[in-house]
Design a protein around this ligand. Structure first.
Ligand code: NAD
Ligand code: UGA
Length: 453
């Protein structure tokens, strides 16, 4: 049998790692990843991959030029493919009807149209991007508008990887979800994709459903995860007023097996490219389907997240005698979480902008995200320095604000840092990762989230 060809359109945070793992686990399949962004493709073909993800480089180096290829030749990729994954970005619409909530599907539609244009035979088209429920209906209409009488099967196969653990999540997923049409052709297409994942994922973890359940499950999974963070963060505010300790509360509540211990960490708020956009998308869909109460319910998860970062800056101001004007503040971490250089929707960005509005001077340090931080804060008014060295970032500062839970922040010499700072020296731990008692002993004024130092 000839080698099967898989094409992925969209070489981003999802398409890149996902296809690398498929290529790694399926040496008999040729995997090609294409993108309109030439710089990104060049980076995937170089020693400097366009995204940082633990373990990714090893997998890419193992497979590249063996059965994993990165290219900008989209027409050729489409012509040769048996299965096409669509993994393009689906950001929140910024214009027109549904602006600020609905998903902007222009990239998806353009992709579908280029498949129609270049395909010479029928194919399985897999929605890998996160999409509004019932998108497959629109995809099907576009794909079947072809005049070549080609038949396409559309599958929904949402991705559940989290950044920073993408390779681990892909190699050992809790579940793989595949939705398809409930017709013999649909079921055959589902089975074909199941047979790809079944090379390394136990069969019982591969769930098959109808198309609409699969599309909706992705939005619901992210909404439920974000809701947990907002729930905990709302309670962290109450802890600060009542001397309850958020870590003790979530530690004890999470012991209930129905609640579970994961995703209960208080923080400055959730970030990342997806939680906010996917909940907004859900909110929009609920409104569209005539369910305003359901829309309001989920919108509150986002309101609470915004409240948490405002509250954090409010706490900083209150502690620092109601002014940070002209004070130097060391920002430890700009990525939206540890082990990634991604800063999309990072709460650190919102905190920095609020501090700049207060005329603070910022020294930003992050082990992987300084490049993206510079782009995010381009055009922001005020003094901003970007420093590779955390000690330099803290030198002469009035305060440190921990924004990202990088492990390296726990390993710093805080005595040395304290000695180099202005006094009184403040430390605001927006991730509750440091040893607060030890910092207090050194002399810091320590402000964790949802508890006393
Ligand atoms: P991304 O922006 O990193 O990558 C998308 C890529 O698609 C870009 O490189 C862009 O140039 C390319 N693209 C856009 N239009 C194109 C076209 N017409 N032809 C070819 N390439 C095109 O986005 P991402 O983070 O990889 O997310 C992709 C999708 O996956 C989104 O729907 C997102 O919600 C979903 N998702 C993301 C994550 C995550 O952790 N980032 C996890 C699960 C699901
Ligand atoms: C999230 C989901 O976890 C993935 O399953 C999903 O595939 C992905 O979104 C997506 O659709 O894009 P990701 O955003 O990469 O993954 O990272 P998470 O680990 O979910 O963290 C999201 C944010 O919540 C981060 O800012 C993190 O610091 C914050 N968080 C997470 C908390 O503040 N507290 C927690 O207990 C957990």
């Amino acid at each position: 049998m000839s080698m099967k060809n898989i094409l992925c359109i969209g070489a981003g945070y999802v398409g890149g790692p996902t296809m690398a793992v498929i290529a790694d686990r399926c040496p008999d399949i040729k995997v090609t990843v294409v993108d309109i962004n030439e710089r990104r493709i060049a980076a995937w073909n170089s020693d400097e991959l366009p995204i940082y993800e633990p373990g990714l480089e090893e997998v890419v180096k193992r497979c590249r030029s063996r059965n994993l290829f990165y290219s900008t030749d989209i027409p050729k990729g489409i012509r040769e493919a048996d299965i096409i994954f669509v993994s393009v970005n689906t950001p929140t619409k910024t214009f027109g009807a549904g602006a600020g909530k609905a998903a902007d599907l222009q990239y998806l539609e353009k992709t579908a149209r280029s498949i129609v244009e270049h395909a010479e035979n029928g194919k399985i088209v897999v929605e890998k991007s996160t999409l509004p429920v019932r998108t497959a209906q629109a995809m099907s209409r576009i794909l079947h508008s072809n005049t070549k009488n080609l038949k396409f099967q559309i599958l929904s196969n949402p991705e559940f990887l989290a950044e920073g653990t993408a390779i681990r999540d892909l190699e050992n997923p809790d579940r793989v979800l595949i939705g398809g049409m409930e017709t013999p052709e649909g079921e055959a297409a589902i089975e074909e994709l199941v047979s790809v994942y079944a090379r390394w994922v136990p069969r019982e973890r591969i769930i098959t459903t109808n198309l609409w359940s699969s599309e909706l499950t992705k939005l619901v999974s992210n909404a439920l995860l974000a809701q947990r963070v907002s729930s905990v963060n709302s309670i962290s505010a109450l802890c600060e007023r009542t001397e309850a300790n958020i870590d003790e509360v979530t530690g004890a509540a999470g012991k209930d097996s129905r609640i579970g211990p994961k995703f209960l960490k208080a923080s400055i708020g959730f970030g990342g490219s997806c939680f906010k956009k996917d909940i907004l998308n859900l909110v929009y869909l609920c409104g569209h389907y005539g369910l305003p109460e359901v829309a309001d319910y989920w919108e509150q998860v986002i309101r609470m997240n915004e409240f948490q970062s405002r509250r954090f800056v409010g706490n900083m101001l209150a502690a620092m005698f109601n002014t940070v004007a002209d004070k130097r503040i060391a920002i430890f971490g700009f990525a939206f979480k540890a082990d990634t250089g991604d800063t999309r929707e990072s709460p650190a960005c919102s905190v920095c902008l609020q501090l700049l509005e207060e005329h603070a001077r910022l020294n930003i340090h992050d082990p992987k995200a300084l490049g993206n931080a510079k782009l995010d804060l381009e055009g922001a008014t005020g003094e901003i320095n970007y420093l590779e060295d955390p000690y330099e970032a803290a030198e002469g500062a009035h305060a440190i604000a921990v924004m990202t839970e990088w492990k390296s922040f726990r390993e710093l010499d805080y005595r040395r840092i304290f000695d180099s700072m202005e006094k009184p020296a403040f430390l605001f731990d927006g991730r509750n990762i440091l040893d607060h008692a030890a910092l207090y002993e050194i002399g810091f004024n320590v402000y964790p989230i949802g508890k006393k130092a």
